[in-house]
Design a protein around this ligand. Structure first.
Ligand SMILES: [Zn+2]
Length: 263
């Protein structure tokens, strides 16, 4: 038989499993060494893998719920089995609480580390857009790499250079160097009614195509707009960004644009 198996979309899974036992041994050794230093404020950065898990768990458990293991595996790009064993390791290190069949939640120590990663990610994104002139649709992937490499010293310089910003180019809150990020009350654009005025605050779908679309429509964070009409029958909302032509968006797209509504 000469049947070729097409590469399937989950081929990333197999790559992460290459390297076998030695890889695993080395990884857990490094992890133990790193994590044993966690309580000290001057500990070296945890590994890239640990940081990515903590960040994804944090993002998935927004709203105080447990992060589902299936969603976590997809977000990190591994098999559910790999995600489960990593989460158990994080639990052993007191960075997460794992509830079998229910999900995972970060401990206080895990949350602190996750917020540091998000702070680095979001400040880097803003730096790449504002200082280096990259497009907001291309900075996420760059920040994914740089967030693990940058020193605290450079990060705080970037923060000062940018004037200690509150949000990144997509409107995501930048966690402060200590403490929790402030919560902003935002409304999905779908909940706006005709004649309402508001300002775009955050775009939750950060796929490059969607960001480019939002940009073309003049609805990037900071843009002021007025709602012209809303039609549940057509499943659409028409808004007019200031000084621009009106734009009609379907509910699916409008749901991914969070706004501050003028009271
Ligand atoms: Zn962002």
């Amino acid at each position: 038989m000469n049947v070729k198996t097409p590469p399937h979309p989950g081929s990333k899974k197999d790559v992460s499993r290459q390297g076998g036992c030695f890889h695993k041994y080395l990884f857990s050794k490094i992890l133990r060494q790193t994590l044993s230093l966690v309580p000290s404020p001057s500990y070296p950065m945890p590994s890239v893998t640990v940081e990515n898990y903590l960040k994804q768990i944090y993002l998935l458990q927004q709203g105080g719920e447990l992060a589902p293991m299936g969603g976590l595996a997809v977000a990190v790009g591994v098999t559910p089995g790999t995600a489960t064993s990593m989460v158990k390791t994080l639990a052993d290190a007191n960075l997460a609480d794992y509830a079998p069949r229910a999900g995972v939640r970060l401990t206080e120590a895990g949350t602190r580390l996750a917020l540091q990663v998000l702070r680095r990610h979001r400040l880097i994104e803003l730096f790449l857009v504002q200082t280096l002139g990259l497009d907001w649709s291309e900075v996420h992937d760059e920040a994914e790499e740089l967030e693990h490499a940058i020193s605290d010293k450079v990060l705080e310089k970037i923060d000062a250079l940018l004037g200690h910003p509150d949000t990144d180019p997509h409107g995501d809150p930048i966690p402060p160097s200590t403490g929790k990020p402030r919560q902003q009350k935002l409304t999905p654009l779908t909940e706006c009614t005709p004649d309402m005025a508001g300002e775009v605050a955050r775009v939750t779908d950060q796929a490059a195509e969607f960001l480019q679309f939002v940009d073309r429509q003049g609805l990037t964070p900071g843009a002021q707009f007025t709602v012209e009409s809303q039609s549940p029958t057509a499943d659409a909302i028409t808004v007019r960004p200031h000084n621009r032509e009106p734009v009609t968006l379907g509910t699916a797209a409008a749901m991914k644009i969070m706004v501050k509504v003028e009271e």
